[in-house]
Design a protein around this ligand. Structure first.
Ligand code: NAD
Length: 270
């Protein structure tokens, strides 16, 4: 495993204590990046990712990969500022930001309490923007080239009844990705997104722990199975690497064909 240009870089991954964020942290460490593992509350949340990442790095290379556990709630501006400063202080650099932290809340759209609506937007979209803002400020001062990866979703484009705030946050993430990419393209900052389809992680416990519900989910996926966090991490590593040096402003859908709409596999009109 060696993607061009990742060894020796420093990456901050938000929400890295589980699921896709954890897999991205591990994969970037395997590619030789120093990793800053953001966790939301307790240090034990991040420690497990740190342990997995360092274990998985080739023994001979372990000493070259450093890690930092950094607490921060991405819905809080002051936490984000502190977090980015802590990364820069520890590593003297910040080359890759992965905006992964995300939450969802189920509710009929005509009943969502305003504070619950705000909370999802605050974590998924405002948090991603503020992390990008603080990172870009640093990068412009340092005149460093770098990469931002946003973890969006197939719901960047597919509507999601009962999860309105989530759908809006991910739709917004597509726009955040494109706007930042255009604004900073001539200053060495690439901004892209990955859009996972249904992926087996804790956010999806409602169906990953129930065989019947899982079968219903899989029926909508042309490839007939959920994705894995490692498959998402591979795409994130690619976009972060110099292999993707000419790619910016794009959302890469990693969804087993979900956005091809399985229901249209058979002819449905004459
Ligand atoms: P997950 O629940 O395992 O991970 C979410 C992470 O975000 C957790 O580590 C959690 O601690 C962290 N987090 C939540 N609120 C936070 C806050 N305020 N500050 C800091 N961290 C916070 O689920 P996951 O599937 O790994 O989700 C990761 C990302 O992938 C999310 O943005 C999610 O929307 C996106 N995604 C997931 C799927 C899927 O099917 N699993 C599909 C599309 C997109």
């Amino acid at each position: 495993m060696s993607m061009k240009g990742l060894a020796g870089k420093t990456a901050l991954i938000t929400g890295a204590s589980s699921g896709i964020g954890q897999a991205i942290a591990i994969r970037l460490a395997q590619e030789g990046c120093n990793i800053a593992i953001n966790y939301r509350r307790k240090v034990e949340e991040g420690e497990y990712t740190q342990q997995l990442a360092l274990q998985s790095v080739n023994q001979a290379e372990t000493s070259q990969v450093q890690s930092l556990l950094v607490q921060g709630d991405v819905s809080k501006e002051e936490d984000i500022i502190r977090m980015v400063n802590a990364v820069v202080e520890k590593f003297g650099s910040l080359d890759i930001l992965v905006n992964n932290a995300g939450i969802q809340a189920e509710c009929p759209s005509h009943e969502i309490p305003a504070d619950k609506f705000d909370q999802v937007i605050a974590v998924n979209l405002r948090g991603a923007y503020l992390c990008a803002r603080e990172t870009i400020k640093y990068l412009l001062e340092q005149q460093r080239s770098s990469v931002i990866i946003n973890v969006s979703s197939v719901h960047e484009t597919i509507p999601r009844p009962m999860y309105l705030s989530y759908a809006i946050s991910k739709g917004g993430m597509g726009s955040l990705t494109k706007t930042l990419a255009l604004e900073y393209a001539n200053r060495g900052i690439r901004v892209n997104a990955i859009a996972p389809g249904a992926t087996a992680t804790p956010i999806n416990e409602s169906w990953t722990t129930d065989v019947e519900k899982q079968a219903i989910v899989e029926r909508h996926i042309p490839m007939g199975r959920a994705g894995t966090p490692d498959e998402m991490a591979a795409a994130a590593a690619f976009l972060a690497s110099d292999e993707a040096a000419y790619i910016t402003g794009q959302t890469l859908f990693i969804d087993g064909g979900l956005t091809l709409y399985a229901d249209f596999r058979e002819a449905w009109s004459a």
